[in-house]
Write a protein that binds this ligand. Structure first.
Ligand code: MRU
Length: 343
């Protein structure tokens, strides 16, 4: 699988996910502002991947700071952190990565600026490596939940492209496939950005995992016909009570799954859990440009004057979530207690 993001000698490059699978093109980020733009424009997307991008963006930002005084250096880095954190509001991994970078900088505040810059760059690479490692562990933990021959529905893309590598939901699917479970995957196409059709199908095909794509509105009918055995999605933020923010459309899949007695699992690293929010109502949901609904490439689909609503995420109450698969183990309801035990 192509890497999502890489640190090169003195810049960061990321594969432009808007162009996949048509073209593999790289976007070069030489400064932190380039990283913010790439996150906002969906060059890179997926909660853990934008966390890694934010960390690398902070390291790039640190390199551009010219002041030598440690207090002034940290203050400047905090400003960059604030902007980085706000690039997209829903995935908590952004804030998590920024805070981790800032606390490292503070730890080394009495060292020469050059050393802090080097430490920050190493830390961003560590965040990337740890993400891949935790996805592999999550995969092992989650594969046990996948029965032999299962047909698995997934929504959006929670794969290698959405993370440092291997994937969360797709990590579990990959691990099940590596264990010869003879699985098949059905990917919701995931309007309006088509992450399911463009990215999930592309990744799974590259790994030789059987995959079909459906229009988002076909999921319920397939469940009713008993053509889906379980559902696994990723998450952008999980509140302290287990409510899950994920790509718009996840909620309806979870409710349908409950009606049809199909397990609905969420795979996410602990860095996606926000223990500061008591429930999902407090999770900020990004509202994106209505033109993303109106257009497909350059083609205007509907009357241009019509109002389009474009919430990018929704909240699935924890009562619909059968289990949350993390790198620290699989947790089940009651989530509040189980989540507290993870920290
Ligand atoms: O808007 P996106 O493509 O960033 O949304 C991504 C998702 O909703 C993913 O399911 C989530 O970030 C988990 S990725 C491991």
């Amino acid at each position: 699988m192509i890497p999502t993001i890489e640190w090169q000698e003195n810049y960061v490059r990321m594969v432009d996910q808007r162009k996949l699978p048509r073209k593999v093109e790289w976007v070069t980020c030489r400064g932190y502002k380039d990283v913010i733009r790439a996150i906002q424009n969906m060059v890179i997307r997926g909660a853990p991947a934008i966390g890694v991008a934010a960390a690398m963006g902070m390291a790039l930002g640190a390199r551009s700071i010219r002041v030598k005084d440690p207090q002034a250096f940290i203050k400047r880095l905090q400003d960059i952190g604030r902007r980085m954190r706000d690039a997209r509001p829903t995935a908590v991994n952004l804030r998590w990565a920024v805070e981790r970078m800032l606390s490292l900088a503070k730890e080394y505040a009495d060292r020469p600026a050059q050393e802090i810059k080097e430490r920050l760059q190493e830390e961003s690479q560590r965040i990337l490596n740890e993400d891949i490692e935790s996805n592999r562990t999550m995969g092992r933990n989650g594969a046990a939940l996948v029965p032999q021959g299962a047909v698995i529905l997934t929504h959006c893309n929670a794969g290698a492209l959405a993370t440092g590598g291997y994937g969360t939901a797709l990590g579990v699917i990959r691990a099940a496939h590596e264990r010869h479970k003879d699985i098949r995957v059905i990917a919701d196409e995931t309007r309006p950005w088509l992450q399911g059709l463009r990215l999930t199908a592309y990744e799974l095909m590259a790994d030789g995992i059987p995959v079909s794509v459906i229009a988002d509105n076909a999921a319920g009918s397939l469940m009713r016909q008993k053509k889906i055995d379980l559902i696994i999605t990723g998450a952008d933020r999980i509140a302290a009570n287990g409510d899950v923010a994920n790509k718009i459309g996840t909620y309806q899949v979870a409710v349908l799954a409950r009606t049809h007695k199909i397990p609905f699992y969420v795979a996410a690293p602990v860095s996606t859990i926000d223990p500061t929010l008591p429930n999902g109502d407090q999770i900020p949901v990004e509202e994106r440009d209505p033109r993303e609904i109106h257009t497909l490439g350059q083609t205007q689909l509907g009357p241009p004057q019509v109002i389009a609503l474009n919430p990018a995420f929704d909240i699935t109450p924890s009562k619909y979530v059968s289990a949350i698969i993390t790198e620290k183990g699989v947790i089940r309801p009651p989530y509040r207690r189980a989540i507290r035990a993870l920290f």
